[in-house]
Design a protein around this ligand. Structure first.
Ligand code: UD1
Length: 427
């Protein structure tokens, strides 16, 4: 198994390219299920999760073709074509490894009138049920059956009538599934209390490019007129605001300066506002965001919230950064329970963090010390990379497969801006 080795203490500086967004990619790829014509996605990040999702789509009869991307380029172009669906089943083996597999539910029911998806089971960052996805399918007219660890959704007569989906809490994935099911429904649909994340806007824009009729994009009430069919399209995946935010924290924690190239600054205002509060300078340029930290870091009080609030996917990275702030910070996680698994690992590197329920108090320390560490999820692993960049001595981050799910060529991007970081393979 690979490990990442970091010798900390280098200030980062230079240009760092931002890849296409993982979470957008994972909801744009299943859009290919909605039409027999090809969907070409540009700027897809090269990530294990994208490969995994491609594999799942292949099992459903979707062909995937990757076009000429050179090994030294970031991103790639993939053409997905679902001429004829050969299966409507997302099996346990794939779903248990990649929770985002649930995102085939909506488009399969929309196009084929049925879908059978394994229940995802336990997840490292909490319980993460799928009840809202199922309620959304029901509200659009599907019948739901649960048996033998699988959920089957069926549209009576083979096509959903459409309907009113009213979410009791904001869910990104359930909003995405509802949208992808509703675009091919017989009648109109409304989604109330919809998620407003930029990845939802990206999904809507792609669906519109495929011929869908959607209004209220980016608001909490989305209206959809069902269409008889959608057509193919070429669509560019939005930049990854979480990857960009993570590298902004890397600049901050090392007292460095990074130009994050290709970001969409408007999608990450909560992150940049928090960095500014911590004393970091942010300059918006036409095609890059300059993040500079020179005067030490101030402590923060932050609470995660659905967009436009502070993203739960940035919580772990900010926690690592605030370990080096001058004073005590208070972080509250409101989206997922059990999303503090990085805390004991950061503590092994010298962090002073106390967790009570959903709140963590982070007292800044003068220095962190490198150590062998491991994390159980993607963003938690990134927080350990950040701590390693600032720590004295050597940090070994194990279970690199978590990072490979969501950060395209992390060690290459970081070493190009001055980090002493390498991947070592045990075998
Ligand atoms: C997506 C993102 C993830 C991010 C999260 C919140 C992808 C692939 N993943 O995850 O990186 O951290 O949004 O921004 O895009 N919930 C239920 N029932 C459901 C669905 C969700 O109770 O059926 C709860 C969850 O447990 C959680 C909250 O709703 O407490 C929000 O989760 P949700 O927005 O659905 O997250 P994901 O779509 O899974």
């Amino acid at each position: 198994m690979d490990r990442i080795l970091i010798r900390g203490g280098n200030r980062l500086s230079g240009r760092l390219p931002i890849s296409g967004a993982k979470n957008a990619a994972l909801t744009l790829m299943p859009c290919a299920l909605l039409t027999e014509e090809p969907l070409t996605l540009r700027n897809l990040p090269r990530l294990a999760d994208v490969d995994g999702f491609g594999h799942l789509l292949n099992q459903l009869g979707v062909s995937t073709m990757v076009e000429g991307s050179r090994p030294d380029e970031f991103g790639r172009v993939m053409t997905l074509k679902a001429g004829r669906l050969t299966s409507t089943v997302a099996p346990y083996d794939i779903v248990r490894k990649m929770r985002a597999s649930i995102l085939v539910l909506g488009p399969l029911v929309g196009r084929a009138g049925e879908a059978t998806v394994s229940l995802p089971g336990g997840c490292a960052i909490g319980n993460r049920p799928i009840d809202l996805h199922l309620k959304a399918m029901e509200a659009l007219g599907a019948e739901i059956e649960l048996a033998a660890g699988y959920v089957k959704a069926m549209a009576p007569g083979g096509r959903l009538p459409g309907g009113r989906v009213s979410f009791p809490i904001v869910s990104v994935g359930a909003t995405e599934n509802a949208l992808m099911a509703a675009v091919l429904a017989k009648g109109p649909s409304v989604i109330e209390n919809a998620a407003r994340e930029p990845e939802i806007v990206d999904l809507c824009n792609c669906l519109v490019a495929m011929g869908a009729s959607i209004s209220g994009i980016g608001t909490e009430t989305i209206e959809i007129e069902g269409r008889d069919r959608l057509h193919g399209a070429t669509y560019r995946v939005m930049p990854d605001r979480i990857e960009a935010g993570s590298y902004a924290c890397a600049a901050a924690i090392t007292g460095g300066s990074l130009d994050l190239v290709g970001v969409a600054a408007a999608d990450m205002r909560a992150t940049t506002a928090a960095l500014i509060d911590a004393g970091v300078t942010i300059e918006e340029h036409a095609d890059f965001l300059r993040v500079t930290a020179t005067n030490g870091l101030s402590p923060l009080t932050l609470s995660t919230a659905p967009f436009p609030g502070f993203a739960t996917d940035m919580q772990a990275q900010f926690m690592a950064m605030l370990c080096m702030a001058d004073g005590a910070s208070v972080l509250t996680e409101t989206i997922f329970e059990n999303r503090y698994m990085h805390v004991p690992e950061l503590a092994r590197m010298g962090a002073d963090i106390q967790v009570r329920g959903r709140t963590a108090v982070v007292r800044g320390v003068d220095k962190m010390i490198g150590a062998p560490v491991m994390a159980t999820d993607l963003r938690a692993s990134m927080s350990l990379i950040l701590a390693g960049l600032a720590a004295e001595g050597e940090t070994q981050v194990q279970r690199v497969y978590h990072l490979d799910r969501g950060y395209e060529r992390l060690e290459e991007k970081l070493s190009a801006v001055g980090a002493d970081i390498e991947r070592v393979s045990d075998g």
